[in-house]
Design a protein around this ligand. Sequence first.
Ligand SMILES: [Cu+2]
Length: 236
Amino acid sequence: MNIKNIIKIVLTLLVFSLTAFAQYTPGTVSNGGTIAGTISFDGTAPVLKALKIEKDVKVCAVHEKYKEDVVVGESGGLKNVVVYIDGIKSGKEWETKYTLDQNGCWFEPHVVIVGVGQKLSILNSDGILHNIHTFSKLNKPLNKAQPKFKKRISAKFTKAEFIKLRCDVHAWMSGWIVAAANPYYVTTDEAGNYTLTGVPAGTYTLKFWHETLGEQSTEVTIGAGGSAKADAKFSS
Ligand SMILES: [Cu+2]
């Protein structure tokens, strides 16, 4: 065997082991724990910017629309923060359904989570033409017309990534697809609250991602069947 072949084999094994190492293995978690908390916005909440709706107004202008880049609730809670466990290798099963809707010319939800390798159903509830367009770097970008008769298309993502999302027909439509490395990804609600369930006992790196305010992380230790609290604050 010459040296070239040996290098080839070593490289193949290395790539294979790295790939295996990066993958998540779903299964049953007995006595899983819960991590919960509140993400808040530190400072004066920015004034929501009204969006101009000048196209397909009969369907699209049914209610006022505001830019969703920073959404702060009454008590200072920050909506649409993705809270996730970074690097967890095994744990609970994936969700059975992941859905993104285009409803009233609006992405619902604004930040949608889909597991890597899982199916994202993209609905068109409007009965008009939309064109879904993703701006991904690690995954293959998606640029697909969804005519009024096409109620549902689907997409899969092979790598974990935060992906900017737009509609090429309606300039104000903007959102995010989060291709999740594991099932421990959630988004915060209007009050900034989140809950991660079914977490195996261990010490984890918990990350908080916001589309314009950046990313933070903290360490969390959770015992079997236990609960942990992790809050975070973002400012602009
Ligand atoms: Cu559209």
